[in-house]
Each structure stands twice: as structure tokens, then as C-alpha cells.
Design a protein around this ligand. Structure first.
Ligand code: B3K
Ligand code: ZN
Length: 852
């Protein structure tokens, strides 16, 4: 939606809506170019807003056909953003407002509101898409029961709630649970269902369906299994039962994000539903399980209890991410899950927090709310809940959650409500803790230690860096989980949570017989940058002996980063790093998935972030070269062991997506990557030829491409999978992400010239533009060609799909890290984007913030 002068919305301006909506009845007469939407709203004055009030309804791009109040036609003319009914047109009691509008779903390329994807109608209303369907108070605190009638010549017609009646060409649905408009959904298509059943704890039967295009039904089993496990888990762990007779999931190919939790009718990007061993990698399986769970868990955390306004987004997203992380940990491995989550947090959220787009977990203003579905709201929002749980304990957390569901069921709540529940359930004062919600930025936790007369002391100092609009901040409450390990590897002080509330604080451990080695910030107990200079000996010791799996991994990680930081300045890699890492990799008592994570070298972007945080100017080409040297040294060190390890890890018979098997494949893949550095691609070529599943096939192909090989294999892959868009996205992505830095832009240019580069499809667009920005040295190459390429494509996508274009623009959020030439080139591209006439509100806000 074009918007010449986008307005800023402020949290402090919140007011309840003028009216309450008691009931919504919608009729859709579907037609691609001219769908009619009849809305019958039963409204009443809101006692919270006394006096006669105008009724303002949101609406964008709607052709108004008629408008009636209690059956009487009223002459009103909509403006660009909605419709106002003056107070004198409205009775001072309950009344019925009927509108009829016309919309054109086939012309909707923004994929927000009602749109079409491969002949199927589908909706996406969060955050503000419902206003593109009908005139309505499109805000989350207006909750109402919805009845929906769909008329259309497609065989499957779905909406929220329970099915009421259907006949040829029509269907009626009734959702008894009051909901905000952002949870409305409609789907109409020629679809088939993969069906299942679930019996709730109280004995109600729920029909489950995953609706897909014909031919995809046999790729739904894993998603269905994940759904059933999610439903059982939420009953067992949170005491939350499902509350309708039916739960539908629909897979769609054109979708701006992962999935959407519409009440009783979740809509998914098909890449997060469809899986078979031949087409999905182990990572895909894990993501499907997590996203199915996430959307299902929203039924309680998001739908039954929703957000008062969009500033409270983390109330549902942070909590639901936290819940899906717990679930995945229970299903798989808590240690591995925690490491993966922290890798993601650092790669996305720390990156965001350290740049011009930094914002609090609960922002206090926005121009376009879609720009705030961020790693900060989601992932840092989940970390904040993890800290809260650690501070109040598992029992306190369980009591608080029970109280939250009791007290706020059916309501639109706030972060204040959430914290009050914890205060009431546990008696703890959370005034200071609330800063985690209101202040942006990643705290830096500096640690020093001393040892004297049997007393070991840890000295902590926290720094809360300035972020846009927030120059000065108070100290945060930091739960710092610490354990002390004796020289023989025994734990002399088991994990203890130190609560830091001041800028500087020391904690002493008395009565020790010898100097211990401290394991600090176990389980990554607070989302901070830990600045604790350690000796090589301590790092080696912790990598070998730490009983906390996160910190065991972290010891190797910190060690690798220190080595890389020295190597970019030309220093040699220390053989003690290689030897220490090899010991972990060769330790058969350790989980293969954990060993695979230890083998994963810090990414180039992670190193750039780390060097920048240490006050240096990162040089992308040098970082890339140092990481390649480090990988080669590790490969050479492990060379004698590689053939044996690879043989031991060969697939034992039929494919299973289980965590245990996936872990073996991950380790094998990491070792194959090392082998490919040494053997001219022979092992990877063989692995590619023998692969009977996508994990192994794509893994082998990645090894080849990463070493400038694999032309024949890429061609064979494309020939086999050209009819499968989700698989072909991987093919696009891989070639660019793993291209040699000086070739990445050229590879991307060649790929966008292919007829199969359907750039209006968000998955395909991301698989090219996202892959180029993920190729750190390629994107940041010195002549600026990477920047120009990405900017060109953002400008092209913006008028078609501003939401996805704005999201992809975060490729540029790190520009301040780099040297003057690069910074200037990025700024020039950002200014070029900003100068584009008719630039979307989404992009205007993002680029404006990035330029600062
Ligand atoms: N709530 C949706 C995200 C909506 C994004 C709107 N731009 C999916 C999720 O977080 O579960
Ligand atoms: Zn969510």
C-alpha cells in the first residue's frame, strides 16, 4: 500500500475502541477479480468510552457497494484508510451495521488480506490484513465471535471454528470463541486432506486435517505426527486442551512468512508442512515440528489470550517461542536445542540489537507493525521468559502460568498484566526486571576472577550500550548460572544462579581447597555478551570437563573465535585448538549431534559482529580466508580418522527423521565437509551418488559447491527436482550461499535470469536475495556489486510485496560495522531506495531507521 507520509503510532496513545463488536457475520461470494464481502456487525457503544462517539472502521482498497445501519441505507464515502460513521448516524444502544464491498483477490500480490495462490483463495490477516477484506475495527483488542458463509465453485471451503452446514458451492462456519480480526481465515481450493484424530484429556474427539494440493498427501505424515504430539504436550506440560471440534492446517506456496495461527485454521508456507525423506532435510523436519507446535501453542498463548495492541506482540510471540523451544527440547535434546537457539539468537537478534534497527522487546512506536515481527520480539522475547522462569523457579513459573490463563482467558492483555501475574503468584517485585521489555540493546557482562585463601570470587560488571533513542539505561536483572569445577574435573560447586541487579557486583565462594575453574553463564542463562578473558588452558579444560553441555560447547566456540580473531591479523592457528576440538569430535561417548555442533566454525557474519563489538573494523575477505584456513587445518589434523568415522556413521538402513539419526547425519555431513577439503571431492561425489534422502544429497552437494565443484551434480539435481519448488529453492540458495566470494554476485545474476526464478514467490525471492546476503564476503565485496544487486531487487519487489521486501532489507542493517568505503556504498544504496517515488511505508520505515 502506497503511503506518501507514513504516520507513527505510539504505545502511549492507546485508547480502548469506541464500540464493542458483539457478533460478526460474514458472507463471501468468491470470484478472482470481484469477490463480494458482506459484513453484518452487531455493535454497541463501549462503556469505557462514554458519550456519543463516531465509529471509525479500518478499510483499504475496498470498493464500497452499500452501507446500512439497522437496515437503513446511509450515504458514506470511505477515505484511503477507512470509513467514518458520524455519531449522529448511530443509535446509543446495540445496532447492526451492514456493509458490502468488492475486492480483487487475484490482483493481490502483497499476500496480505484475501489473495490467490495457484488457483486457491487464502488469507493472511495478521497484523493488519483484515482491513483489506472488509470495513472493521482492525485492532487486536476488539474481539468477537464470527460466523462465516462462503460461496464459491471450489470443492473445499474453510474458515475458523466448527463447520455448521454445507452444500454444493457453499459452506458455513461458526467460531464461538471471541477473536480479534487478525485471526480470521478463509481458504477455498481444490484440496485434499491428510486426516487424523486426537482425543483430548477430557475425552473430546477432535478431527485433524492437513489440506494440500492433490499429490502432496503423502508428504503430510510428519506434520500430522508433530501436531498430535504438540496437542498432547500442551495438555501435559501446560494443562491446555484444544477447544474446537476440528483443527485444520492448509499448505500454501505463496506466503510471506512461516505460518499463521488463525483460530482452528492454521495456514502454513508449504515448505513447513510437506516432508518426505527424499525431499526434506533433517533441518526441515525439525523446523516443521517446531512450527507446527508453535502455531498450535498459539491457540492459548495468542488466541484465547491475545494482545491489547501490537506493542504487546511479544506477549504472544515471546511466550509461544519459549513454549515451542521447550517442546523441541523435550522431543529431541535440550542441550542441542539450546545451542542451536543461541546460535540463532546471536546471528539474528544480537546482530539486530547492535545495529540501527535495535528496538526493545516491547517497542514504543512503529510506522508499519509488520516490520516488528523481529528476532528481538520473538527470540529475545523468549529469552526474557527463560530468565523469568529461572528467577522464580519451575514451580513459581507453573503457578504464574496457571494464574495467567485463569485471569486473562478471553482477554486482550499487556506485558504489565503478564508481569503482575508473576508478582502475584510468586511475591516477587519485577519492577527492575521490566527493563528487559522496555530497553533495547545487548548487555555486555564483563567478568574477572580472583583467588585468595580458599575463597574464589567472581567480579561482574554490566554495560548496557546506547541504542537508537535510548542513550542511557539502568542495570538489568541478570540471572547468571555458575558452576565451579575442580582441577580433577569434579564439580565442586554445582550450578547456582547468581542474581545480579547492580552495575557492579561480586560473588564469593568460600572454603575451597584449590583454585577452581568457573563455568559462567551456564545454559546461556541471560542473553548477554560475555566478556571473560580466559587462558587457553581454561578453555581446553572446560571443553573437556564442563558438565554443562552448553558451556562445554561454548568453551570450544569462544576458543575458535579467539583463534579466528588472531588469524585475520595474519597469526597462525594454535595447534592446541585443533587438538582440543579433535578430542571432542573423536569422543564416542558424546552425542553425534553435539559433536557436529562443535565442528561448526563461527560464521563470517558472527566473526564480523564479534570483531566489531571488540572495537575492530572487520574485513570480510580476511575473515573468509581465516575461516577457510581454520577448516583446512582441522581437516588435515583429522585426516587419518575421517574415513573410519565416515564409515561408522553410514546410514543404518531405512531413513528415520528422529533426532538420533539426524544427529548421526549431521556429524557425517560435518566430517564430509572436512574430507572434501582434502580429496578433490571424491567422497562427496560418491555420497551424492549414493544418497537416498535429501539430507545426504543436499549435504554432499553443499560440500562440492563450497569447494568450487559440483557442476554435474547441480545439473542432475535440477533435472530430478525441477517440478518441486520447495526443493528447487534449496538448489538456488545453495549455489549462491556457498559460491566463492568473488563469484557470488555473478552466480546470483545467472540464476535470476532463469525462467524458474519466479521472484514474486517469497520463498524463491528469499532463496536468491537472502542467500546472497548470507554469503558474507560475497555480499560485502569491495566493489559494492553485492549491495547494488540486492538494492535493485528490493526496489523491484517493493511495489509488489512490500512486506517481504522490507524484511529482506535487513541485509543492510550491519553497514556501520564496516570500513568507510563499504559504509558509504551501503548508504548510497539506501538513499537510492529511499528516493524511489511511491516507496512503501514498510520500506520507508526500515530504510529510514537504517540510515538513522
Ligand atoms: N503470528 C504469525 C506472524 C505474523 C506475521 C505478520 N507479518 C506467525 C507466528 O508467529 O506464529
Ligand atoms: Zn508466533
Amino acid at each position: 500500500m502506497k503511503d506518501a507520509s507514513p504516520q507513527t503510532v505510539f504505545l502511549s496513545d492507546y485508547q480502548p475502541f469506541t464500540h464493542v463488536v458483539q457478533q460478526v457475520a460474514l458472507t463471501f461470494r468468491l470470484a478472482p477479480a470481484a469477490t463480494r464481502v458482506l459484513a453484518r456487525l452487531t455493535l454497541a457503544p463501549n462503556p469505557l468510552r462514554p458519550g456519543a462517539q463516531d465509529l471509525r472502521l479500518d478499510g483499504e482498497g475496498l470498493r464500497l457497494i452499500s452501507c446500512r445501519v439497522d437496515g437503513q441505507a446511509v450515504g458514506v464515502v470511505p477515505d484511503a484508510t477507512g470509513l467514518t460513521l458520524a455519531a449522529d448516524l448511530l443509535p446509543n444502544r446495540a445496532f447492526v451495521l451492514e456493509t458490502e464491498v468488492e475486492i480483487a483477490p487475484e490482483a493481490n500480490t502483497a499476500l496480505e488480506g484475501l489473495y490467490m495462490s495457484n488457483g486457491m483463495y487464502c488469507t493472511q490477516c495478521e497484523a493488519e490484513g483484515f482491513r483489506k477484506i472488509t470495513f472493521y475495527p482492525d485492532r487486536p483488542d476488539v474481539m468477537a465471535p464470527f460466523k462465516v458463509r462462503i460461496e464459491g465453485d471450489l470443492p473445499v471451503l474453510l474458515s475458523n471454528g466448527n463447520p455448521v452446514a454445507q452444500g454444493p458451492g457453499w459452506a458455513e462456519w461458526d467460531d464461538p470463541w471471541p477473536k480479534p480480526a487478525y485471526l480470521f481465515a478463509l481458504v477455498a481450493g481444490d484440496l485434499v486432506a491428510h486426516a487424523g484424530r486426537f482425543r483430548t484429556g477430557s475425552g473430546r474427539e477432535v478431527a485433524l486435517n492437513i489440506w494440500v494440493r492433490k499429490g502432496d498427501e503423502d508428504r503430510c505424515a510428519y506434520a500430522m505426527d508433530s501436531l498430535i504430539r504438540s496437542m498432547a504436550w500442551d495438555e501435559k506440560v501446560y494443562g491446555r486442551e484444544y477447544d474446537l471440534d476440528i483443527f485444520n492446517i492448509v499448505a500454501v506456496d505463496d506466503f510471506n512468512m512461516g505460518a499463521m495461527e488463525n483460530k482452528g485454521l492454521n495456514i502454513f508456507n508449504s515448505k513447513f508442512v510437506l516432508a518426505s525423506p527424499e525431499t526434506a532435510t533433517d533441518d526441515d523436519y525439525a523446523r516443521i515440528e517446531a512450527i507446527i507446535a508453535h502455531e498450535y501453542f498459539h491457540n492459548w498463548t495468542g488466541n484465547r489470550i491475545t494482545c491489547r495492541d501490537w506493542f504487546q506482540l511479544c506477549l504472544k510471540e515471546g511466550l509461544t517461542v519459549f513454549r515451542d523451544q521447550q517442546f523441541s527440547g523435550d522431543m529431541r535434546s535440550h542441550a542441542v536445542k539450546r545451542i542451536e537457539d543461541v546460535l540463532m539468537l546471536r546471528a539474528r537478534q544480537f546482530r539486530e540489537d547492535q545495529g540501527p534497527l535495535a528496538h526493545p522487546v516491547r517497542p514504543d512506536s512503529y510506522m508499519e507493525i509488520n516490520n516488528f515481527y523481529t528476532a528481538t520480539v520473538y527470540e529475545k522475547g523468549a529469552e526474557v521468559i527463560g530468565m523469568l522462569k529461572r528467577l522464580v523457579g519451575d514451580d513459581g513459573y507453573a503457578r504464574a502460568l496457571d494464574l495467567y490463563f485463569d485471569r486473562h482467558d478471553g482477554e486482550a492483555a499487556t506485558i504489565e498484566d503478564w508481569l503482575t501475574v508473576f508478582e502475584d503468584a510468586t511475591g516477587r517485585d519485577l519492577t527492575q526486571f521490566k527493563r528487559w521489555y522496555t530497553e533495547a540493546g545487548t548487555p555486555v557482562l564483563k567478568v574477572t576472577e580472583d583467588w585468595k585463601d580458599g575463597t574464589y570470587t567472581l567480579h561482574f560488571e554490566q554495560e548496557n550500550p546506547a541504542t537508537p533513542g535510548q542513550p542511557v539505561k539502568g542495570a538489568k536483572v541478570l540471572p547468571i548460572a555458575v558452576g565451579l569445577i575442580g582441577g580433577n574435573g569434579d564439580e565442586v560447586v554445582p550450578t547456582t544462579v547468581l542474581e545480579m541487579t547492580e552495575t557492579r557486583q561480586s560473588f564469593a565462594f568460600e572454603g575451597l581447597s584449590s583454585r577452581p575453574v568457573a563455568s559462567v553463564l551456564r545454559g546461556f542463562s541471560a542473553p548477554v555478551i560475555l566478556d571473560f578473558p580466559r587462558s587457553v588452558g581454561d578453555r581446553e579444560f572446560l571443553l573437556e570437563h564442563d558438565t554443562d553441555p552448553f558451556n562445554k560447547w561454548e568453551a570450544g566456540r569462544a576458543f575458535a573465535k579467539e583463534q579466528l580473531a588472531r588469524m585475520v591479523t595474519g597469526a597462525e592457528l594454535s595447534p592446541s585448538w585443533t587438538a582440543a576440538l579433535a578430542r571432542v569430535v573423536l569422543d564416542p561417548s558424546l552425542d553425534p549431534a553435539f559433536r557436529a555442533l562443535c565442528l561448526r566454525l563461527p560464521s563470517d557474519d558472527d566473526m564480523a559482529q564479534t570483531l566489531h563489538a571488540a572495537g575492530q573494523v572487520p574485513d570480510p575477505a580476511r575473515i573468509y580466508a581465516a575461516r577457510r584456513r581454520m577448516g583446512l587445518a582441522l581437516a588435515e589434523h583429522l585426516a587419518p580418522n575421517l574415513p573410519g568415522l565416515l564409515a561408522d556413521l553410514a546410514n543404518p538402513g531405512a531413513f528415520s527423521p528422529d533426532a538420533a539419526f539426524a544427529g548421526r547425519r549431521a556429524l557425517r555431513q560435518a566430517l564430509l565437509a572436512l574430507m572434501t577439503r582434502l580429496d578433490d571431492g571424491v567422497a562427496a561425489q560418491m555420497a551424492f551418488a549414493e544418497a537416498d534422502n535429501m539430507t545426504d544429497s543436499l549435504g554432499a552437494l553443499t560440500c562440492l559447491v563450497d569447494n568450487g565443484r559440483g557442476a554435474a551434480e547441480l545439473a542432475a539435481f535440477a533435472a530430478r527436482w525441477s517440478g518441486d519448488a520447495n526443493v528447487m529453492d534449496k538448489w538456488f540458495m545453495l549455489q549462491i550461499a556457498y559460491a566463492a566470494p568473488d563469484r557470488a554476485v555473478e552466480v546470483a545474476r545467472d540464476l535470476v535470469a532463469l525462467p524458474s526464478f519466479n521472484w514474486k514467490n517469497p520463498n524463491r525471492f528469499r532463496s536468491v536475495i537472502g542467500a546472497l546476503s548470507a554469503n558474507h564476503a560475497g555480499f560485502h565485496r569491495a566493489d559494492g556489486a553485492g549491495y547494488a544487486f540486492v538494492a535493485d531487487w528490493l526496489l523491484r519487489l517493493d511495489p509488489v510485496n512490500p512486506q517481504t521486501a522490507a524484511r529482506m532489507s535487513t541485509a543492510f542493517e550491519t553497514w556501520r560495522r564496516y570500513d568507510a568505503d563499504r559504509s558509504q556504498m551501503v548508504q548510497a544504496q539506501l538513499r537510492r531506495i529511499l528516493a524511489q517515488p511511491g516507496l512503501s511505508r514498510d520500506m520507508t520505515e526500515m530504510v529510514g531507521r537504517m540510515l538513522g
